[in-house]
Design a protein around this ligand. Structure first.
Ligand code: FO1
Length: 332
Protein backbone atom coordinates (compact mmCIF):
# COMPACT_ATOMS: atom_id res chain seq x y z
CA UNK A 1 0.00 0.00 0.00
CA UNK A 2 1.87 3.09 -1.18
CA UNK A 3 1.63 5.58 1.69
CA UNK A 4 0.01 8.81 0.56
CA UNK A 5 2.06 11.33 2.51
CA UNK A 6 -0.13 14.41 2.19
CA UNK A 7 -3.42 12.68 2.81
CA UNK A 8 -2.64 9.38 4.53
CA UNK A 9 -5.59 7.04 4.14
CA UNK A 10 -6.79 6.62 7.71
CA UNK A 11 -6.38 3.19 9.30
CA UNK A 12 -8.19 2.20 12.51
CA UNK A 13 -6.97 -0.68 14.67
CA UNK A 14 -8.82 -2.33 17.57
CA UNK A 15 -6.34 -3.48 20.20
CA UNK A 16 -5.87 -4.74 23.74
CA UNK A 17 -3.16 -6.53 25.62
CA UNK A 18 0.46 -7.06 24.72
CA UNK A 19 -0.13 -8.73 21.32
CA UNK A 20 -2.36 -5.89 20.18
CA UNK A 21 0.14 -3.26 21.31
CA UNK A 22 2.99 -4.96 19.40
CA UNK A 23 1.00 -5.04 16.17
CA UNK A 24 -0.17 -1.43 16.65
CA UNK A 25 3.50 -0.41 16.86
CA UNK A 26 4.09 -2.24 13.57
CA UNK A 27 1.17 -0.39 11.95
CA UNK A 28 2.49 2.97 13.17
CA UNK A 29 5.93 2.16 11.70
CA UNK A 30 4.37 1.10 8.37
CA UNK A 31 2.11 4.16 7.98
CA UNK A 32 2.71 7.90 7.54
CA UNK A 33 2.55 9.90 10.81
CA UNK A 34 -1.05 10.54 11.84
CA UNK A 35 -2.61 7.86 9.62
CA UNK A 36 -3.22 5.42 12.49
CA UNK A 37 -5.92 5.51 15.17
CA UNK A 38 -5.95 2.75 17.80
CA UNK A 39 -9.19 2.04 19.68
CA UNK A 40 -8.20 0.35 22.92
CA UNK A 41 -9.92 -1.97 25.40
CA UNK A 42 -10.60 -0.45 28.82
CA UNK A 43 -12.23 -3.54 30.36
CA UNK A 44 -8.98 -4.37 32.20
CA UNK A 45 -9.09 -0.99 33.99
CA UNK A 46 -9.45 -0.83 37.78
CA UNK A 47 -9.00 1.44 40.77
CA UNK A 48 -5.80 0.66 42.69
CA UNK A 49 -3.79 2.74 45.19
CA UNK A 50 -6.53 5.35 44.73
CA UNK A 51 -5.54 5.64 41.04
CA UNK A 52 -7.33 4.71 37.80
CA UNK A 53 -5.17 2.03 36.18
CA UNK A 54 -5.69 1.55 32.40
CA UNK A 55 -3.34 -1.33 31.52
CA UNK A 56 -4.28 -1.78 27.84
CA UNK A 57 -4.24 1.96 27.08
CA UNK A 58 -0.83 2.24 28.76
CA UNK A 59 0.54 -0.89 27.04
CA UNK A 60 -0.47 0.54 23.62
CA UNK A 61 0.79 4.03 24.59
CA UNK A 62 4.19 2.81 25.78
CA UNK A 63 4.53 0.52 22.77
CA UNK A 64 3.79 3.33 20.30
CA UNK A 65 6.16 5.63 22.22
CA UNK A 66 8.80 2.86 22.17
CA UNK A 67 9.31 3.18 25.94
CA UNK A 68 7.68 -0.12 26.83
CA UNK A 69 9.42 -2.91 28.73
CA UNK A 70 10.22 -5.40 25.93
CA UNK A 71 10.50 -8.35 28.34
CA UNK A 72 7.04 -8.08 29.91
CA UNK A 73 5.31 -6.13 27.13
CA UNK A 74 3.62 -3.97 29.77
CA UNK A 75 5.01 -1.15 31.94
CA UNK A 76 8.04 1.02 31.20
CA UNK A 77 11.56 0.21 30.04
CA UNK A 78 14.39 1.18 32.43
CA UNK A 79 11.88 1.25 35.28
CA UNK A 80 12.71 1.68 38.97
CA UNK A 81 10.62 0.29 41.84
CA UNK A 82 11.32 2.58 44.82
CA UNK A 83 7.66 3.39 45.54
CA UNK A 84 6.47 -0.21 45.15
CA UNK A 85 9.24 -1.48 47.45
CA UNK A 86 8.46 1.11 50.13
CA UNK A 87 4.71 0.53 49.73
CA UNK A 88 5.24 -3.16 50.48
CA UNK A 89 7.45 -2.34 53.48
CA UNK A 90 4.75 -0.07 54.86
CA UNK A 91 2.13 -2.81 54.47
CA UNK A 92 0.45 -1.64 51.24
CA UNK A 93 -0.65 -3.80 48.30
CA UNK A 94 2.23 -4.75 46.02
CA UNK A 95 0.75 -7.62 43.91
CA UNK A 96 0.17 -5.29 40.95
CA UNK A 97 3.60 -3.99 40.03
CA UNK A 98 3.53 -0.23 39.39
CA UNK A 99 6.97 1.22 38.65
CA UNK A 100 8.06 4.77 39.47
CA UNK A 101 7.89 6.13 35.90
CA UNK A 102 4.55 4.35 35.32
CA UNK A 103 3.26 5.86 38.56
CA UNK A 104 3.93 9.40 37.31
CA UNK A 105 1.50 8.77 34.44
CA UNK A 106 -1.15 7.32 36.80
CA UNK A 107 -0.87 10.32 39.15
CA UNK A 108 -1.40 12.74 36.26
CA UNK A 109 -4.28 10.70 34.82
CA UNK A 110 -5.99 10.73 38.22
CA UNK A 111 -5.53 14.50 38.59
CA UNK A 112 -6.84 15.22 35.08
CA UNK A 113 -9.83 12.87 35.48
CA UNK A 114 -10.66 14.55 38.79
CA UNK A 115 -10.50 17.89 36.93
CA UNK A 116 -13.29 16.44 34.73
CA UNK A 117 -11.23 15.67 31.65
CA UNK A 118 -12.56 12.63 29.78
CA UNK A 119 -10.42 9.51 29.47
CA UNK A 120 -10.16 10.34 25.74
CA UNK A 121 -8.77 13.82 26.51
CA UNK A 122 -6.40 12.48 29.16
CA UNK A 123 -5.11 9.76 26.83
CA UNK A 124 -4.57 12.25 23.99
CA UNK A 125 -2.63 14.55 26.32
CA UNK A 126 -0.39 11.67 27.40
CA UNK A 127 0.28 10.39 23.87
CA UNK A 128 1.23 13.92 22.76
CA UNK A 129 3.53 14.26 25.78
CA UNK A 130 5.22 11.03 24.65
CA UNK A 131 5.46 12.24 21.01
CA UNK A 132 3.23 9.45 19.68
CA UNK A 133 2.04 10.40 16.15
CA UNK A 134 -0.94 8.02 16.24
CA UNK A 135 -4.23 8.71 17.99
CA UNK A 136 -5.09 6.42 20.91
CA UNK A 137 -8.80 6.28 21.76
CA UNK A 138 -10.29 4.48 24.75
CA UNK A 139 -13.19 2.31 23.53
CA UNK A 140 -15.44 4.65 25.58
CA UNK A 141 -15.17 7.29 28.31
CA UNK A 142 -17.47 5.55 30.79
CA UNK A 143 -16.12 2.80 33.07
CA UNK A 144 -16.58 -0.72 31.64
CA UNK A 145 -15.04 -3.39 33.86
CA UNK A 146 -14.45 -7.01 32.87
CA UNK A 147 -15.74 -9.16 35.71
CA UNK A 148 -14.56 -12.78 35.74
CA UNK A 149 -17.03 -15.36 37.09
CA UNK A 150 -15.10 -18.20 38.74
CA UNK A 151 -15.75 -21.16 41.02
CA UNK A 152 -14.57 -18.86 43.84
CA UNK A 153 -17.04 -16.10 42.95
CA UNK A 154 -16.77 -12.95 40.83
CA UNK A 155 -13.32 -11.37 40.49
CA UNK A 156 -12.33 -8.05 38.90
CA UNK A 157 -10.14 -8.83 35.89
CA UNK A 158 -6.75 -7.88 37.37
CA UNK A 159 -7.49 -9.77 40.58
CA UNK A 160 -8.16 -12.90 38.52
CA UNK A 161 -5.44 -12.40 35.90
CA UNK A 162 -2.55 -11.00 37.98
CA UNK A 163 -3.21 -11.46 41.70
CA UNK A 164 -4.62 -14.99 41.36
CA UNK A 165 -2.74 -15.84 38.12
CA UNK A 166 -5.96 -17.35 36.64
CA UNK A 167 -5.96 -20.14 39.29
CA UNK A 168 -9.72 -20.05 40.05
CA UNK A 169 -11.79 -22.06 37.55
CA UNK A 170 -13.08 -19.75 34.84
CA UNK A 171 -16.88 -19.73 34.53
CA UNK A 172 -17.58 -16.64 32.35
CA UNK A 173 -17.16 -12.93 31.76
CA UNK A 174 -19.39 -9.88 32.18
CA UNK A 175 -18.48 -6.41 30.90
CA UNK A 176 -20.02 -4.42 33.73
CA UNK A 177 -21.15 -0.99 32.57
CA UNK A 178 -21.11 -1.75 28.83
CA UNK A 179 -24.86 -1.00 28.53
CA UNK A 180 -24.26 2.52 29.83
CA UNK A 181 -21.23 3.11 27.59
CA UNK A 182 -21.68 5.81 24.95
CA UNK A 183 -20.05 5.76 21.54
CA UNK A 184 -17.51 8.58 21.83
CA UNK A 185 -17.59 11.02 18.87
CA UNK A 186 -13.89 10.42 18.20
CA UNK A 187 -14.45 6.65 18.02
CA UNK A 188 -17.49 6.95 15.73
CA UNK A 189 -15.79 9.51 13.47
CA UNK A 190 -12.57 7.47 13.15
CA UNK A 191 -14.51 4.33 12.16
CA UNK A 192 -16.64 6.26 9.64
CA UNK A 193 -13.54 7.83 8.04
CA UNK A 194 -11.45 4.63 8.02
CA UNK A 195 -10.02 3.34 4.75
CA UNK A 196 -9.09 0.11 6.56
CA UNK A 197 -10.14 -1.41 9.90
CA UNK A 198 -7.90 -4.00 11.54
CA UNK A 199 -8.62 -6.15 14.60
CA UNK A 200 -5.17 -6.69 16.15
CA UNK A 201 -3.88 -10.10 17.36
CA UNK A 202 -5.43 -9.59 20.79
CA UNK A 203 -7.38 -12.07 22.87
CA UNK A 204 -10.84 -12.04 21.22
CA UNK A 205 -12.68 -12.75 24.49
CA UNK A 206 -10.68 -10.63 26.95
CA UNK A 207 -9.48 -7.72 24.80
CA UNK A 208 -11.67 -7.38 21.71
CA UNK A 209 -15.12 -8.39 22.97
CA UNK A 210 -15.21 -5.52 25.53
CA UNK A 211 -14.57 -3.07 22.64
CA UNK A 212 -17.34 -4.71 20.57
CA UNK A 213 -19.68 -4.50 23.60
CA UNK A 214 -19.85 -0.70 23.36
CA UNK A 215 -23.36 -0.07 21.97
CA UNK A 216 -23.20 0.98 18.31
CA UNK A 217 -19.57 0.05 17.72
CA UNK A 218 -20.18 -3.34 16.10
CA UNK A 219 -22.78 -1.74 13.84
CA UNK A 220 -20.22 0.83 12.62
CA UNK A 221 -17.89 -2.02 11.66
CA UNK A 222 -20.65 -3.81 9.77
CA UNK A 223 -21.74 -0.66 7.94
CA UNK A 224 -18.26 0.49 7.05
CA UNK A 225 -17.32 0.15 3.39
CA UNK A 226 -13.71 -0.18 4.55
CA UNK A 227 -12.35 -3.72 4.55
CA UNK A 228 -12.34 -5.20 8.07
CA UNK A 229 -9.62 -7.79 8.70
CA UNK A 230 -8.40 -9.55 11.83
CA UNK A 231 -4.97 -10.96 12.64
CA UNK A 232 -5.20 -14.34 14.34
CA UNK A 233 -3.99 -14.15 17.96
CA UNK A 234 -3.31 -17.88 17.96
CA UNK A 235 -0.19 -19.33 16.35
CA UNK A 236 0.23 -23.05 15.87
CA UNK A 237 -3.14 -24.14 17.18
CA UNK A 238 -2.60 -25.23 20.73
CA UNK A 239 0.52 -23.10 21.13
CA UNK A 240 -1.19 -20.76 23.57
CA UNK A 241 0.67 -21.18 26.84
CA UNK A 242 0.36 -20.30 30.47
CA UNK A 243 -2.67 -18.92 32.32
CA UNK A 244 -4.41 -17.82 29.11
CA UNK A 245 -4.32 -21.40 27.79
CA UNK A 246 -5.90 -22.63 31.03
CA UNK A 247 -8.56 -19.91 30.81
CA UNK A 248 -9.29 -20.72 27.15
CA UNK A 249 -9.64 -24.43 28.00
CA UNK A 250 -12.02 -23.58 30.82
CA UNK A 251 -13.93 -21.34 28.40
CA UNK A 252 -14.46 -24.47 26.31
CA UNK A 253 -12.04 -23.46 23.57
CA UNK A 254 -10.04 -26.64 23.68
CA UNK A 255 -8.96 -26.13 20.09
CA UNK A 256 -7.34 -22.79 19.45
CA UNK A 257 -8.02 -22.84 15.75
CA UNK A 258 -8.23 -19.88 13.36
CA UNK A 259 -11.75 -20.96 12.38
CA UNK A 260 -12.84 -20.54 16.02
CA UNK A 261 -11.71 -16.93 15.93
CA UNK A 262 -13.28 -16.23 12.52
CA UNK A 263 -16.60 -17.63 13.75
CA UNK A 264 -16.28 -15.58 16.93
CA UNK A 265 -16.10 -12.40 14.82
CA UNK A 266 -19.11 -13.58 12.81
CA UNK A 267 -20.41 -11.04 10.35
CA UNK A 268 -17.60 -8.51 10.85
CA UNK A 269 -14.70 -9.74 8.75
CA UNK A 270 -13.75 -9.43 5.07
CA UNK A 271 -10.43 -11.20 5.57
CA UNK A 272 -8.31 -13.03 8.12
CA UNK A 273 -4.56 -13.31 8.61
CA UNK A 274 -3.17 -16.61 9.90
CA UNK A 275 0.32 -17.82 10.66
CA UNK A 276 2.10 -20.12 8.23
CA UNK A 277 2.16 -22.77 10.99
CA UNK A 278 -1.64 -22.89 10.62
CA UNK A 279 -1.57 -23.11 6.81
CA UNK A 280 -3.51 -26.37 6.96
CA UNK A 281 -6.34 -24.51 8.71
CA UNK A 282 -6.73 -22.11 5.77
CA UNK A 283 -9.05 -24.37 3.76
CA UNK A 284 -12.06 -24.47 6.06
CA UNK A 285 -11.93 -20.67 6.41
CA UNK A 286 -15.02 -19.16 4.74
CA UNK A 287 -13.36 -15.91 3.75
CA UNK A 288 -10.17 -14.62 2.07
CA UNK A 289 -7.08 -15.41 4.16
CA UNK A 290 -3.49 -14.22 4.12
CA UNK A 291 -1.06 -16.88 5.32
CA UNK A 292 2.23 -15.42 6.54
CA UNK A 293 4.72 -15.27 9.42
CA UNK A 294 2.78 -13.51 12.19
CA UNK A 295 5.51 -13.83 14.84
CA UNK A 296 6.59 -10.35 16.00
CA UNK A 297 9.98 -10.34 17.73
CA UNK A 298 11.26 -6.83 16.97
CA UNK A 299 10.16 -3.62 15.25
CA UNK A 300 11.18 -4.75 11.73
CA UNK A 301 9.07 -7.93 12.06
CA UNK A 302 6.14 -5.91 13.43
CA UNK A 303 6.45 -3.43 10.57
CA UNK A 304 6.74 -6.19 7.95
CA UNK A 305 3.63 -7.96 9.24
CA UNK A 306 1.72 -4.67 9.38
CA UNK A 307 2.72 -3.81 5.80
CA UNK A 308 1.52 -7.21 4.56
CA UNK A 309 -1.77 -6.83 6.44
CA UNK A 310 -2.32 -3.34 5.02
CA UNK A 311 -1.64 -4.60 1.48
CA UNK A 312 -4.00 -7.53 2.08
CA UNK A 313 -6.74 -5.18 3.31
CA UNK A 314 -6.14 -2.90 0.30
CA UNK A 315 -6.51 -5.89 -2.03
CA UNK A 316 -9.91 -6.65 -0.48
CA UNK A 317 -10.88 -3.00 -0.89
CA UNK A 318 -10.01 -3.27 -4.58
CA UNK A 319 -12.72 -5.82 -5.02
CA UNK A 320 -11.18 -9.23 -4.27
CA UNK A 321 -13.81 -9.68 -1.62
CA UNK A 322 -15.23 -13.14 -1.05
CA UNK A 323 -17.83 -14.21 -3.58
CA UNK A 324 -20.60 -14.21 -1.04
CA UNK A 325 -20.76 -10.46 -0.72
CA UNK A 326 -18.85 -7.88 1.28
CA UNK A 327 -18.83 -9.52 4.69
CA UNK A 328 -18.39 -13.07 5.83
CA UNK A 329 -22.05 -13.32 6.69
CA UNK A 330 -23.13 -15.42 9.59
CA UNK A 331 -26.72 -15.75 10.67
CA UNK A 332 -26.26 -14.52 14.21
N1 FO1 B 1 0.66 -7.98 34.46
C1 FO1 B 1 1.14 -8.90 35.35
O1 FO1 B 1 1.08 -10.11 35.07
N2 FO1 B 1 1.69 -8.54 36.56
C2 FO1 B 1 1.79 -7.25 36.95
O2 FO1 B 1 2.26 -6.95 38.06
C3 FO1 B 1 1.32 -6.24 36.03
C4 FO1 B 1 1.41 -4.87 36.32
C5 FO1 B 1 1.00 -3.93 35.35
C6 FO1 B 1 1.15 -2.57 35.59
C7 FO1 B 1 0.75 -1.64 34.64
C8 FO1 B 1 0.19 -2.08 33.44
O3 FO1 B 1 -0.19 -1.17 32.50
C9 FO1 B 1 0.02 -3.44 33.17
C10 FO1 B 1 0.43 -4.38 34.14
N3 FO1 B 1 0.29 -5.74 33.89
C11 FO1 B 1 0.75 -6.67 34.79
C12 FO1 B 1 -0.38 -6.23 32.64
C13 FO1 B 1 -1.87 -6.17 32.85
O4 FO1 B 1 -2.30 -7.18 33.74
C14 FO1 B 1 -2.68 -6.32 31.53
O5 FO1 B 1 -4.00 -6.23 31.82
C15 FO1 B 1 -2.38 -7.63 30.80
O6 FO1 B 1 -1.28 -7.34 30.01
C16 FO1 B 1 -3.53 -8.10 29.92
O7 FO1 B 1 -3.95 -7.06 29.08
Amino acid sequence: MAPNLDNPSPVVALAGGVGGAKFAAGLQAALPPGALTVIVNTGDDFEHWGLTICPDIDTVLYGLANVNNPETGWGRANETWAVLTETERLGGEAWFRLGDKDLALHLLRKQWLQACATLTEVTDRLRQALDVPSRILPMCNEPVRTLVHTDEGDLPFQDYFVRRRCEPTFRGLTFVGADNAALAPEVAESLRAAAQIIICPSNPYLSVDPILSVPGLRKLLRESDAPVVAVSPIVGGRAVKGPVAKMMREMGHLEHLPLTVVEHYAGLLDGFIIDQQDRAEENPLPLPALVTDTIMTDLPSKRRLATEVLQFGQSLRNGNRSADGPRHENDE
